[in-house]
Design a protein around this ligand. Structure first.
Ligand SMILES: [Zn+2]
Ligand SMILES: [Zn+2]
Length: 203
């Protein structure tokens, strides 16, 4: 379940048994469960706001990728133009459709294989690692060519669908696929490739 007003996924802390709402930037890894297709299911690790640990959870592709864009739920708001209560989900679906008609995707990332900015999805974020209090390094699989790239984006770029950083920061060489390569992701993130970008962003 996704709360479109606060851009948060509803998750439960297994230690405390308490529900919480977490943004996409609190995720640390997203991995498809082998053999799942309809729906595809993903193993997600996220940082818990209640106990501070990382917890695993399972999410369907629909919850991950479509929930933020076409949310479900019966939350209503009062439309000041009509004075009537209307479903938030309907309003957000209309807004999302108008963005998509204009070619504005909910998420975009730079693909180092194709040297192009491509549409992205939460389910395609293999690894996420905070670079500082504002920026998050992501190893992201391209929705078009399946190549893996490293981008450095703001939390807002991840957490707010249809918001995009004015400048996308990236390592301009693909990350080879496979577990060994992903283990190198953190090293790459903290290598000299991003130092200049981090400094520029801090100004
Ligand atoms: Zn917890
Ligand atoms: Zn690509």
């Amino acid at each position: 379940m996704f709360d479109p007003l606060r851009n948060r996924y509803r998750l439960t802390c297994p230690e405390a048994g308490t529900e919480q709402d977490r943004p996409l930037s609190a995720f640390r890894s997203v991995e498809r469960v082998a053999g799942t297709t309809h729906p595809a299911v993903y193993h997600v690790a996220y940082v818990c706001a209640i106990c501070g640990d990382q917890h695993p959870t399972l999410m369907s592709e629909h919850d991950l990728d479509c929930g933020p864009v076409t949310p479900h739920g019966d939350i209503t708001f009062v439309n000041v133009l009509t004075g009537r209560s209307e479903r938030v989900a309907d309003e957000f679906t209309d807004v999302a459709e108008s963005h998509l008609r204009r070619g504005n995707w909910p998420w975009t990332f730079y693909c180092a294989c194709e040297h192009e900015i491509r549409p992205g999805y939460p389910s395609h974020l293999a690894r996420l690692e905070p670079a500082d209090e504002r920026l998050v390094g992501v190893a992201v699989r391209c929705a078009c060519c399946s190549g893996m790239s490293i981008n450095l984006v703001s939390q807002r770029h991840l957490d707010e669908p249809f918001y995009h950083d004015r400048t996308l920061r990236y390592v301009d060489r693909p990350l080879a696929s496979g577990a060994t390569s992903l283990e190198r992701f953190t090293h790459e993130l903290w290598s000299g490739a991003f130092d200049e970008e981090r400094n520029r962003y801090a100004l």
